[in-house]
Ligand binder design. Structure first.
Ligand code: UTP
Length: 225
């Protein structure tokens, strides 16, 4: 059996005005599916945050806002499924059992969020656990984990590896409200820890993903010690 690789794809890829980028990713996933089975989780991106902002200002409760984020991430998943055509399982699974079933088809699986109260990163970690993935690649709009915000601090240093405990401490102070879960949330870290999932945070571009899958990775590895 081909090894399964779980890839969280940043929602930022789906909000782009150009229609080429997503097709290029689809071509890449088809190519790479000869050596592994990609299981992809689409993020919600700006569009999710836009809807969440509007609904919050109308007084919607947090779990409803999460549901909105999930719906948008599923729409994003559909966009990638259309681009993948027959190479993809035809619709985004809506729970972990369905993900496992879809993965058993051997096709590329694309899903959005699954459950309120968490981010697509947590969902991706749970999926990696469920399908016994060889690795979880969190492809995001930054190229790794830094010791401070690289946008604000020019001398910020990128970690090649970061112990999970240290990352948990760094993230402990972030908000946990709809639309604003960060790089990893606490649920994601718990799942990675309990099932010892090989996890890496890296830039969401094709070259970087290809290198990671072929064993020459960039970004930041989360270590369990
Ligand atoms: P994300 O915030 O995870 O997507 O999902 P994103 O935009 O891709 O994140 P980044 O920018 O790449 O890190 C959008 C929103 O959908 C809800 C949450 O409110 C989340 O903020 N969501 C998503 C859930 O409630 N449950 C899920 O399983 C997934």
């Amino acid at each position: 059996m081909r090894k399964r690789i779980v890839i969280k794809l940043s929602g930022s890829l789906f909000g782009l005005e150009d229609t080429k980028t997503l097709k290029q990713f689809a071509e890449f996933f088809v190519k790479i599916s000869k050596i592994c089975q990609p299981i992809i989780i689409a993020g919600g991106g700006k569009i999710a945050r836009h809807y969440i902002l509007h609904a919050r200002s109308s007084g919607a409760d947090e779990s409803t806002l999460d549901e909105i984020g999930i719906e948008v991430s599923r729409l994003n998943a559909r966009l990638l499924i259309y681009a993948l055509q027959d190479n993809a399982y035809p619709h985004p699974p809506t729970n972990l059992k369905e993900v496992a079933h879809a993965a058993d088809s051997g096709l590329i699986v694309v899903t959005g969020g699954l459950h309120p109260g968490q981010s697509t990163n947590a969902t991706a970690a749970l999926i990696a656990e469920k399908v016994r993935a060889a690795a979880f690649l969190n492809a995001t709009d930054v190229d790794g984990v830094y010791d401070s915000d690289p946008n604000k601090n020019k001398s910020a240093k990128k970690f090649k590896k970061i112990p999970l405990r240290k990352l948990r401490n760094m993230l402990a102070h972030q908000d946990s409200v709809a639309g604003s879960y960060d790089l990893m949330d606490i649920v994601a870290l718990k799942v990675i820890e309990r099932s010892k999932i090989k996890t890496r945070i890296l830039k969401a571009n094709i070259k970087t993903l290809e290198k990671a899958i072929k064993g020459n990775p960039e970004g930041t590895e989360i270590t369990l010690t």
